[in-house]
Design a protein around this ligand. Structure first.
Ligand code: TRP
Length: 332
């Protein structure tokens, strides 16, 4: 009896291990994952193959970055007993599924993908005109479909990728008979955390506040943020709606937002005072995390064990998917 009602929906999300985690990751979806850990069957993995698609010219940091991420995630409260924590490259079945999905994915779906176009436009320091980067969404679809996930917590920027996943699943089901679920996106409250320059927070834009930053670096970074450009003197009335720092108040204050808004509009508090207050709030919120992180850094064997456990659990499921897919596609 109980078992039937106990079946939990599958929630899955992946992270690019391009460095230590920053506030954009945390508010983007890690918080959601942690909050929901008890309610779902959770899959949380580090996408080192995706990282390779942009870092292939200089891949030597991917592994260190990946371990850094895993340490970050456990320190934040991802519980390996409740969550399958693993790395993408430990699951060869994902690569095989990518191949099958590539076969049925029209080029036009990938060509029109807005994230693809944006990255090609914004990231000039790398040559991203490769097949691997172009087919990034197909690999992501395989990540998701290999465990037949129900729910994928993502930031707004990943919605086009998720839509492609759903389209691929639909096409597969149409061609070979129903098999894959169409995963739903779960948007976190704060979908877009601005970086210090107002663009989306991202390591590649060099505008991120990292979870492991000390107080001085946080303060320095927050001080460099753009506030209301029209507000020049302290007594000038400010417009919080265009202020980067105000966005952070909304993230870090449960109450008193109106007061903060008003004191800015009335020119009662200067931008530097706001910035220093925010820097303090951010740092305080990270203190426990930073202590745990130090402990884990000194116990890396434990981190490897967790990854091994995740790998074994997820391969079990992935192997079944691959057998089924081969059968459906007639190459079993
Ligand atoms: N593309 C995602 C990002 O850049 C990472 C990712 C890869 C992912 N595979 C995934 C996210 C599967 C959710 C589900 O952030």
């Amino acid at each position: 009896m109980v078992a039937i009602f106990d079946v939990k929906k599958i929630m899955l999300t992946g992270f690019r291990p391009t460095g230590r985690l920053h506030l954009g990751h945390l508010h983007g979806n890690i918080k959601n994952m942690i909050k929901n850990q008890n309610d779902y069957d959770n899959f949380f993995f580090l996408v080192d193959w995706h990282a390779l698609s942009t870092e292939y010219q200089n891949p030597k940091n991917i592994k260190t970055n990946l371990l850094d991420c895993v340490i970050d995630l456990i320190s934040l409260g991802i519980d390996p007993e409740l969550t399958h924590l693993y790395r993408q490259s430990d699951i060869p079945e994902i690569a095989e599924l990518t191949l099958y999905l590539s076969v049925i994915t029209p080029l036009s779906w990938l060509e029109r993908c807005p994230t693809y176009k944006e990255q090609i436009r914004e990231i000039k320091s790398k040559d991203l005109s490769t097949l691997g980067f172009f087919s990034y969404p197909v690999l992501m679809a395989a990540d998701i479909l290999i465990v037949n996930a129900d729910i994928v917590p993502v930031g707004e920027d990943q919605l086009p990728h998720l839509e492609i996943t759903r389209e691929i699943a639909r096409r597969f089901n149409f061609l070979y008979g129903n098999y894959f679920k169409e995963p739903a996106a779960m948007l976190s409250q704060a979908t877009r955390v601005p970086g210090t320059d107002g663009r989306k927070m991202s390591k590649s834009y060099d505008n991120a506040i990292f979870l492991s930053d000390d107080f001085d670096s946080i303060k320095k970074k927050v001080r460099s943020m753009i506030t209301d450009p029209k507000r020049i003197h302290l007594r000038d009335p400010g417009n919080p709606q265009v202020c980067n720092v105000f966005t952070f108040y909304k993230l870090y204050k449960d109450s008193g937002i109106e007061e903060i808004e008003n004191r800015c509009k009335n020119g009662q508090v200067g931008c530097t005072a706001c910035k220093d207050e925010i820097a303090g709030l951010i740092f305080d919120s990270l203190k426990d995390f930073q202590t745990k992180r130090k402990e884990l850094e000194n116990n890396i064997g434990y981190v490897y064990k967790i990854l091994e456990k995740g790998k074994n659990e997820v391969r079990e499921i992935s192997k079944t998917t691959i057998l089924d897919v081969r059968k459906k596609m007639g190459i079993d």
